[in-house]
Ligand binder design. Structure first.
Ligand code: IPE
Ligand code: IPE
Ligand code: MG
Length: 234
């Protein structure tokens, strides 16, 4: 089913709050539904034999939301790590996390690092969760890294190329996304993977994230199949 040039799908999982509102529930209810949907979409991607799935779960800017909502999402993620830890091993998932984990309580950061290490020898789906993630923050961080390496004479200016920058991103070991999906009807990037999305196909759908199911994913893949990727060539 998957076209051979579709290796990496990235999803901006948006619309939990509006889904909750539509069902006359608090926003937290939408986040809970959304996190349950994450598990389903991961399973679908494994069945499709996708190589890499990136999920935008929490942005750097999302820290600015009310404390109660932020705390709820952090707790949800903590639960997710606990309940999925075993499954990741069983499902042969390689877990990656991109973002500024230092903003989390240190016990969560440690849990993440442990699980990343524990799944690093797996061979199935690479699952990249973007958490406390911002594209500009990521590029800024890479710039600082480069400057340090220059100062320490580890790199010369003439050796700074795309790869040198890419190697210093949080996603350094991933290929660029082929397809970006954003749910909930918003048609913006919201600071997601600014460097990596340079030539990705983009699919916007008005479906809210908790309702985004296997059928909707297949619609996005069908859309992708109709695209001719030219990369600036003719
Ligand atoms: C996406 O859903 C989840 C996060 C950003 C954490 P939202 O919480 O942004 O839902 P809406 O956009 O308010 O509907
Ligand atoms: C983007 O959604 C971040 C995630 C889905 C995690 P937001 O809801 O935060 O983005 P804006 O505010 O609509 O741009
Ligand atoms: Mg939103």
């Amino acid at each position: 089913l998957l076209p051979s040039n579709l290796k990496h799908i990235a999803i901006i999982m948006d619309g939990n709050g509006r889904w909750a509102k539509k069902h006359f529930k608090p926003r937290s209810f939408g986040h809970k539904k959304g996190s349950e949907n994450v598990k389903k979409i991961i399973k679908t991607c494994i069945n499709l034999e996708l190589k890499t799935l990136s999920l935008f779960a929490f942005s750097f800017e999302n820290w600015e939301r009310p404390k109660s909502e932020v705390n709820f999402i952090v707790k949800l993620f903590d639960n997710f790590l606990d309940t999925e830890a075993k499954n990741f091993v069983k499902q042969n998932i390689i877990l990656k996390i991109s973002g500024d984990l230092s903003k989390f309580p240190s016990y969560i950061e440690e849990k993440c690092l442990k699980l990343i290490e524990k799944t690093s020898q797996n061979t199935g789906l690479t699952l990249n969760i973007a958490l406390s993630y911002g594209g500009r923050q990521e590029i800024l961080n890479a710039c600082k890294n480069l400057c340090c390496d220059f100062k320490d004479s580890k790199i010369k200016i003439e050796d700074i190329d795309f790869k040198a920058i890419n190697d210093r991103l949080w996603t350094s070991d991933l290929e660029d996304p082929d397809l970006l999906i954003r749910t909930s009807g918003e048609t913006r990037i919201s600071n997601f993977m600014l460097w990596q999305l340079a030539y990705s196909e983009i699919y916007f759908t008005s479906v809210l994230w908790p309702d985004f199911n296997e059928l909707e994913l297949k619609k996005a893949i069908e859309f992708y199949k109709t695209r001719e990727r030219r990369f600036g060539k003719v």
